[in-house]
Design a protein around this ligand. Structure first.
Ligand code: ADP
Length: 411
């Protein structure tokens, strides 16, 4: 069945068409028919599309809203891209939805009730869920209500967090009254990496005890035990935890009011500063892009670029340490995301000094795995280190197929 996978942001849209079914799950023969992205929706949008393994086609077009963007990509798919003969070949649509609150603990078919549920979580994810809803409405308007749509939530994988991991040590009534708790994000990515590691190593779900690090623009760590999320670094919002491209990760909450007073900002403005002007960008004063920071450090020995990389790696190492403590050890640490998959220097720096825990990186294997799946720790290491390129779209496509066909999935 051809599934259109959509990841809709406030002014962007990433998509793939994946042909999958139950047989593909077992044999990993899902086929990626086309993919692409549209940015700057709302004005002169720029797009980049690709059919199969062909070359990318790029261009710009005035796309005033998400519906126009969905129409545009579908037209391309059946006309110029030629990946599909007609729109009737799209069997279902799977959406990445950022926040499912406590209500959505697995992927679900979208009906009126689910739509209302996603609307109710807007409060918890004001930046993300409205865009996801726009995507759902756009598809319904363009493809019609008969094409099933499925929501796959970023938070769902973390529904297994025990209370000791998800509750903040603030008055319990705040959890009861306002659901203030750690939700965790990047769930589809951690779930994919965890699934894929089991597959690569022939480990059963029950025996699995690993730490996954999704290091992209957003970064998070996850402790996975018995195939389930036991703890994760992002919290009530994606701001908590690791140092990220522009997000601070963990800070003392008391700095918010202090910065607000000193800089004459509102609390909302300080929160924005922690989300958009902090992290790698904030420390380096240069960029949120790890590739550029590594180049600055290497070529110009830029002190603040070095510092940003060092703080980034130090924080990640501390989280590995804390998850080793939470689980009583781990069988593997798995790197994913743009940085995790492509930056051997960062992986090596994160693992530095963890030899006491049986964690070591083999220099040659590390260098050899750029954007490529495989083990990068030496033979016989107590805790292995792996690179596993994430594939959230694949999991969304498979979940969509399962939901449409009423097949139970374990998370
Ligand atoms: P997103 O979270 O938006 O999906 P990605 O997973 O694509 O982002 O990760 C983006 C990050 O990955 C950026 O910081 C980018 O610099 C980094 N990155 C991508 N390729 C490399 C590379 N070859 N070396 C170092 N960092 C890289």
């Amino acid at each position: 069945m051809n599934i259109l996978v959509l990841n809709v942001g406030s002014s962007s849209l990433k998509w793939q068409v994946i042909d999958t079914d139950e047989q593909c799950f077992a044999s990993n023969t899902d086929r990626r028919l086309a993919r692409g992205q549209v940015e700057r929706i709302g004005g002169e949008a720029v797009w980049s599309f690709r059919a199969g393994d062909g070359a990318s086609v790029k261009g710009s077009a005035p796309l005033r809203d998400h519906r126009a963007a969905v129409e545009f990509l579908l037209q391309w798919l059946v006309a110029e891209g030629g990946a599909l003969g007609s729109l009737a070949e799209i069997g279902a649509v799977g959406h990445r939805v950022v926040h499912g609150g406590e209500r959505f603990v697995r992927s679900v078919g979208i009906d009126e009730q689910v739509l209302r549920g996603i609307e109710e979580t807007i409060e918890l994810a004001p930046l993300h869920n409205p865009a996801n809803l726009k995507g759902i409405h756009a598809v319904r308007a363009v493809l019609g209500a008969a094409v099933p749509q499925v929501a796959v939530f970023d938070t769902a994988f973390h529904h297994t967090l025990p209370e000791r991991a998800f509750l903040y040590a603030i008055p319990y009534s705040l959890y009861r009254r306002h659901r203030v708790r750690r939700y965790g994000f990047h769930g589809t990515s951690h779930r994919y990496v965890s699934y894929r590691w089991r597959q690569l190593t022939g480990t059963t779900r029950e025996a699995q005890r690993i730490i996954t690090l999704h290091l992209g623009n957003g970064c998070s760590a996850c402790a996975i035990s018995g195939g389930e999320s036991l703890d994760t670094s992002m919290g009530f919002t994606p701001l908590e935890g690791l140092v990220m491209g522009t997000r601070s990760g963990d800070v003392d909450p008391a700095v918010l009011d202090y910065i607000a007073q000193k800089e004459g900002l509102s609390l909302a403005e300080v929160e924005m500063l922690l989300n958009k002007q902090s992290g790698l960008l904030g420390i380096s004063g240069l960029t949120n892009d790890m590739r550029e920071l590594l180049a600055e450090a290497r070529e110009h020995d830029d002190r603040r670029a070095r510092l940003a990389i060092e703080i980034f790696c130090y924080r990640a190492r501390k989280y590995i340490g804390s998850y080793l403590a939470a689980m009583g050890g781990a069988d593997a640490v798995c790197f994913a995301g743009g940085i995790g998959e492509n930056a051997p220097a960062v992986r090596a720096m994160i693992c530095e000094g963890l030899e006491f825990a049986g964690i070591q990186v083999d220099a040659a294997a590390n260098e050899a795995h750029v954007g490529r799946e495989g083990r990068i720790s030496p033979e016989g290491a107590r805790t292995e280190v792996w690179v596993i390129p994430t594939d959230e779209e694949l999991l969304i496509a498979r979940d969509t197929f399962r939901v449409v066909h009423g097949i139970e999935a374990r998370y």
